[in-house]
Design a protein around this ligand. Structure first.
Ligand code: ATP
Ligand code: MG
Length: 423
């Protein structure tokens, strides 16, 4: 026998019983985001490799070792998107969306791809919901996107499941001084860092702060912190973000060791981290910040921006596990030996009236009724020779275990079912 083909490592099927949970999260996101003035932007799931190399940074883990890249049939270097900020910015520049009233606010939801070590909460194809607000450096937008994440968690009943960590990674004026300070420190502790971090010390020292290896985490406890280096403008901007958050009662913790693995972040960075070990090692659900340098880096006009991305798999792990497969309201059953056409036609008519109706597979009457029960249907609609001659059906209420003869007219039948259900 041939071996059945399975999903590729790090990818998952979302089965019909799980889809309602995804849908409810997606619907909650859409209604909230639209209310805040964010508009959905759908970009392709693969782009020129160069977009990510420039937009995320050559020295990051994502570009360095996590991208699914290949040459297409025309020899172009392309990559399955590992994240979508670069794609949104590309679209913003390509379609000159900066000529519209600023800031322009977008959201997206879709699959992302990273060649990662697969673990709980870490897949190779995963889904992100993200927001981007482009065109203003006013801290009110930093605060708005953070409040948006908080409101999203609240809408899903996830109020007490996480904490917010906040920091500023400075700007082009103050970060170089910190980079040097940190690099000097890291060079003195090379023997207590993992191999990757020894390399990062030279290429991207801030990234060391983001390392998950325990020996590095310990070594970093005595590393210099960025708050000593913030310039006045960065300090003021952060104070203003905090003031807005305080004004609406959002609580957060300052974490001066928080950085992002991506090069384009400036000033505000934040994460929503699951508390109480709910998600094990993969505890960051939502991560974001300001990226004032990215639009210009990708060839657009200098445009400050802020946004976040949220991992939907991790978010769903926080939600109660309740799987649920919807049942049809009625199943149409046709007596063996008679033409199925009237049953087919009645099914379509009932569906046309908004009812969820299924057809039983051909077979013995008992088997057809069993099928209706297994589907969880409330009613079975039986069509037999005598009934058809009288333009009637037998309506079986599978819950009440009663049955009655009714007109075969779809409208009449619907009314009887509604009455039986107390509607
Ligand atoms: P991590 O430190 O966990 O690798 P990251 O810094 O690479 O995360 P971002 O690029 O900021 O993550 O992505 C934002 C969010 O997307 C993460 O907080 C997480 O919820 C989700 N995410 C990122 N990578 C994965 C993955 N491989 N599988 C599932 N979710 C992911
Ligand atoms: Mg990662």
């Amino acid at each position: 026998m041939t071996q059945p083909i399975q999903t590729i490592k790090g990818t998952k099927d979302i089965l019909p019983e799980d889809v309602p949970r995804w849908r409810s999260v997606e619907r909650a996101a859409e209604s909230l985001l639209e209310r805040y003035g964010y508009r959905e932007l759908r970009t392709p799931i693969y782009e020129a490799t160069d977009l990510f190399a420039r937009g995320i940074g050559e020295s990051t883990d994502i570009v360095g070792k996590e991208m699914f890249s290949f040459d297409d049939r025309g020899g172009r270097h392309v990559t399955l998107r590992p994240e979508n900020t670069a794609g949104v910015v590309r679209a913003y520049i390509q379609h000159k969306l900066y000529t519209r009233p600023l800031p322009q606010k977008f959201w997206y939801l879709g699959p992302m791809f990273r060649a990662e070590n697969v673990q709980a909460g870490r897949q190779r194809q995963f889904h992100q919901l993200g927001v981007e607000c482009l065109g203003s450096d006013d801290p009110r937008w930093d605060a708005e996107v953070m409040v948006l994440a908080v409101e999203f968690f609240r809408a899903l009943g996830l109020d007490a499941t996480y904490r917010i960590e906040l920091n500023s990674v400075g700007c082009a004026i103050c970060r170089p001084a910190y980079r040097t300070l940190l690099q000097d420190y890291l060079r003195t502790v090379q023997s207590s860092l993992c191999r990757d971090c020894c390399e990062r010390t030279e290429r991207n020292p801030l990234r060391v702060l983001d390392c998950k290896v325990s020996v590095c985490r310990e070594t970093l406890l005595s590393a210099p912190l960025i708050n000593a280096c913030w310039c006045d403008a960065c300090r003021k901007a952060l104070e203003q973000v905090c003031a807005y958050l305080n004004a609406v009662g959002v609580t957060y913790q300052m974490n001066p060791g928080l950085v992002r693995g991506l090069d384009y972040y400036t000033r505000t960075v934040f994460e929503l981290v699951a508390s109480g070990g709910r998600l094990g090692a993969q505890s960051t659900v939502c991560a974001g910040g300001r990226y004032d340098g990215l639009v210009a880096e990708l060839g657009g006009p200098a445009t400050p921006a802020v946004g976040w991305a949220l991992g939907l798999e991790r978010l769903l792990m926080l939600l109660e596990h309740e799987t649920h497969l919807p049942s049809p309201q009625a199943v149409v059953v046709s007596m063996p030996g008679i033409s199925f056409e009237p049953a087919f036609s009645l099914t379509m008519q009932l569906r046309g009236l908004g009812l969820s109706v299924e057809m039983a597979p051909a077979g013995k009457l008992e088997r057809q009724l069993k099928h209706a029960e297994r589907l969880g249907a409330r009613f079975a609609v039986l069509l037999g020779e005598d009934e058809l001659a009288a333009e009637q059906v037998v309506l079986k209420d599978l819950a009440a275990r009663t049955q009655q003869r009714c007109s075969i007219q779809a409208n009449d039948l619907l009314a009887v079912m509604q009455t039986a259900r107390g509607e």
